[in-house]
Design a protein around this ligand. Structure first.
Ligand code: ARG
Length: 750
């Protein structure tokens, strides 16, 4: 519980900063603390939304467990809590009810809901006012926004930023260079983006970090792949031929040495010829796509595998013979030593990859930009032109902290680290206060973390140790603050052990302290219809680019079918289709709907569970899907527009307009709207986007129930029409904000 509430505040002042749930938690905690005789800070009042509206809006469930501690009857304890808290809730809740074994049921006063929602100011500019078509949504004015958040959102629907903003790093997406992003990167990119948006919305200062894989031993093969593919393009060879050759080689990887050597023969001579051919140098400027680069890279990797142990050689520029299998490693070494040619080629491969990623982030509606890229190379090469090798600093630091014999246990953590030499490699081992290894493999053997290989190369863990140190100590935020207070990593669950180990190591070294929060946000896999990891029909990995194109195509089909059906029925009742859209616009709508469908289908699930990728389900117009949510929004806007036309563009936020919540459906909708703050707070605290999806879906359902029983246009009088219009507008604004936080753009008319 965050005590944002000062005693002197009225509940309405308090609610600007805290959710209704937090306010109740606060008041109940004070009462529970008094009854239990414990400090408020340690009292967990167990206030939750009620499972069934029959029992009120919220409930406090603490009496049962507290009764055991106090050795009295649960209902008596409930009565004492009720007596203590009730006077504090006089303005907020109806008299409390004790039910069953000792639940305390809380029902908010209708007047409170009306006043709470009534205090939400009008949007700074009327949504759609400047609209130049069905797509423009929202105003142009910029509401007060936290400095350093490069994501202007025009309508906060009355929610204030938190009073104590934190400096937060969200690391997500993290593709590897020379590889197309595949569906595995989709989840990190989508989930991470929502977390960045939600935390920024809460008022925190968020720095996004795209920790791309742009360094390490595979870079030699990347550079050679670029060179090889350029030579093929330069010689007019077809890339299909390269593809076929790489396929043929791949099948040979387990073949006997003789067969492999023979197969490599023509490739080695071709490679040698290319090396002698000065004219190929002129090709260094030839544009290469990421698909081509990836092909070259994979080709070289296959080549090395096949060449292993065959002794196959190529003739170098200086006429010396060189073993094929050694070349990529040599190139990696030259790159790391700072050789100009290698560095330039690497830079090109990196640029090709980043341009490709940006080409995905844009259409995907993801906030990541080139400025957010701080890849693995940064920690080795030094950024900000400081040329510091932060990996070497990690090694030094580990030696200092842990020493060869092992330092003393780190205060507070009880964990002691040891750095040991293992056949030339540097390995970190961690022990608990009983001297037992902190990490073991399935056979019960102690598990170390390699931070440097015997050839001097650093590893994935070394980079991560350097990165966490950088983020906590050096990273500069736009407000001028230095060092993150919270660091969030979004990767798939398979990397769990890696994160646990380097977090534990950094804690034991004193680099991660108790003052900061460091979290690994994991997620499950995307499955195909066969419940196995999603693959293409041919069994390959699904490329993100193709996936997005398909999403748009399918959404367009869907919209066309719908338009045709509406045309046939001449359905005048369908109030979302109140204007025909041109072809260009329909295409843009399809793009938004398609992308939204893919994102939403991912986000709506508890991120740790696997989910089945199903086009038909995600594009369905009913159920918890993006198209449904987007239609719900467009429908509400249309209802509002029609009512507004009828009474001549009224100001539904005028001081005289009050919310009437007499009908149960009106009240249910109002309660849902009032729970926006606690929903966003929960997503920000637990990093669970699906909670927001569920909320929005429930909101849409509450709205539909409201609309069925409480006509807007045909309301009995102007006062109730205005009240209902205001509810419509609040529902639309809430949906737009919520979907916006999910990275989904709404459409005014569909
Ligand atoms: N680039 C890695 C991959 O594609 C993910 C990096 C995750 N982040 C980290 N700090 N280790 O698998």
């Amino acid at each position: 519980m965050r005590p944002r509430h000062k005693a002197a505040d009225s509940c309405f002042t308090a609610m600007r900063y805290m959710s209704i749930q937090d306010l109740l938690v606060h008041e109940f905690s004070v009462a529970v603390a008094a009854v239990a005789g414990v400090p408020v800070a340690t009292a967990d009042a167990q206030v939750r939304p009620a499972g069934d509206p029959k029992f009120g809006d919220y409930q406090c469930n603490v009496a049962m467990s507290l009764a055991r501690t106090l050795k009295s009857k649960p209902r008596d304890v409930a009565q004492r809590i009720k007596d203590a808290v009730e006077p504090q809730l006089a303005d907020i809740a109806e008299p409390l009810e004790i039910a069953g074994p000792g639940f305390i049921n809380i029902r908010l006063k209708d007047g409170l809901l009306a006043q709470y929602l009534g205090e939400i100011p009008a949007p700074l500019s009327e949504p759609g006012a400047q609209a130049t078509g069905s797509l423009a949504a929202g105003g142009t004015a910029q509401e007060q926004w936290h400095p350093g958040v490069a994501w202007p959102l025009t309508d906060r629907v009355g929610l204030s930023p938190v009073e104590q903003p934190q400096r937060v790093v969200v690391e997500y997406s993290q593709p590897n260079i020379a590889k197309q992003m595949h569906v595995g990167h989709l989840r990190s990119t989508i989930i991470g983006d929502v977390l960045a948006r939600v935390l920024a919305f809460e008022g925190h200062e968020v720095v996004r970090q795209n920790h791309i894989g742009d360094w390490g031993t595979q870079m030699g093969a990347v550079i050679l792949g670029l060179w090889y593919i350029r030579a093929r393009v330069g010689r007019g060879a077809s890339l299909d031929a390269v593809r076929a050759l790489q396929e043929r080689l791949r099948k040979l990887s387990d073949a006997p040495v003789e067969a492999r050597r023979e197969a490599l023969q023509p490739i080695c001579s071709e490679w040698s010829e290319d090396l002698q051919d000065q004219s190929l140098d002129a090709l260094s400027g030839v544009a290469v796509t990421l698909e081509q680069l990836e092909l070259g890279y994979v080709f070289v990797q296959t080549l090395v595998t096949v060449a292993e142990g065959t002794g196959a050689t190529v003739t170098n520029r200086d006429r010396t013979e060189e073993r094929l299998e050694d070349i990529p490693r040599k190139v990696t070494r030259m790159l790391q030593a700072g050789d100009v040619y290698e560095r330039t080629e690497w830079q090109k491969a990196r640029d090709i990859s980043l341009a490709y990623c940006q080409g995905i982030y844009g259409p995907l509606g993801v906030l990541l930009t080139a400025e957010d890229v701080r890849g693995e190379s940064f920690y080795s090469l030094g950024g900000n032109n400081d040329r510091r090798d932060r990996l070497q600093e990690v090694l030094q630091g580990l030696h200092e902290k842990f020493g060869a014999t092992g330092g003393s246990p780190r205060e507070g953590t009880g964990v002691r680290g040891e750095v040991r030499d293992h056949e030339g490699a540097v390995v970190v081992y961690l022990y608990n206060d009983k001297g037992e290894p902190l990490f073991k493999n399935p056979d019960g053997e102690e598990l170390g973390m390699i931070v440097q290989k015997s050839d001097g190369a650093y590893l994935y863990a070394t980079t991560d140790l350097a990165a966490i140190r950088f983020r906590l100590k050096e990273l500069r935020f736009l407000s001028g603050g230095v060092g993150a207070q919270r660091v969030i990593y979004v990767t798939d669950a398979r990397q769990k052990l890696h994160f646990e180990m380097f977090f534990a190591c950094a804690r034991a070294a004193g680099w991660i302290t108790d003052a900061v929060r460091v979290e690994h946000v994991t997620f499950g896999s995307v499955l195909g219809g066969d419940r196995r990891p999603l693959k293409t029909r041919e069994g390959g990995t699904v490329k993100l680019r193709e996936l997005l194109d398909e999403a748009e195509k399918r959404a367009l089909e869907l919209l066309q079918q719908r338009a045709a059906a509406a045309e046939e029925r001449r359905d005048e009742k369908d109030d979302t289709a109140d204007r025909s859209v041109g072809e260009e616009e329909q295409r843009e709508i399809a793009r938004r709907v398609g992308i939204a469908a893919v994102k939403y289908a991912d986000l709506r699930n508890d991120r740790n569970s696997d989910y089945v990728f199903d086009w038909d389900k995600m594009l369905a117009l009913t159920g918890n899907t993006a198209p449904y949510m987007m239609y719900a929004y467009a429908r509400i806007r249309s209802i509002y527009r029609k009512a507004a036309e009828r009474i001549g563009s009224p100001d539904v936020y005028a001081p005289g307009v009050t919310l009437a919540l007499g009908h149960p459906a009106e009240r249910a909708l109002a309660l849902r709207l009032a729970r926006l703050r606690e929903t966003i707070d929960a997503v920000a605290a637990d990093l669970t986007p699906h909670v927001l999806c569920t909320y929005l879906y429930d909101l849409a359902a509450d709205f539909m129930r409201f609309y069925e029983s409480c006509p807007v246009l045909a309301a009995a009088d102007d006062a109730s029409r205005l009240s209902r219009m205001r509810l419509c507008d609040l529902a639309a604004r809430t949906l737009r904000l919520g979907l916006g936080l999910l990275g989904i753009e709404v459409i005014e008319r569909m």
